[in-house]
Design a protein around this ligand. Sequence first.
Ligand SMILES: [Zn+2]
Length: 79
Amino acid sequence: MEIIKSNKGGNKGFYKGYVYVVKYIGVSKITWRCSQRCSMKCTGELYTDLKMENPEVKTGHSHLKDDDSVKIEKALCII
Ligand SMILES: [Zn+2]
């Protein structure tokens, strides 16, 4: 899990070709949801611990991974 702080203040997580945003921060783990939830109607989610490590996939994606969009998202975040 690779974390990049977005310029809008939120974190984005990159894992195995998919982009995730924080959905919910719990007491022992963080739930992330797919950043393409709206555009792809994707319900993909995963958990990490509070250090944003040890990702564990909860729900699979309804679309294929897209390395190009990951690169674009990363570039947008770094600016
Ligand atoms: Zn997805």
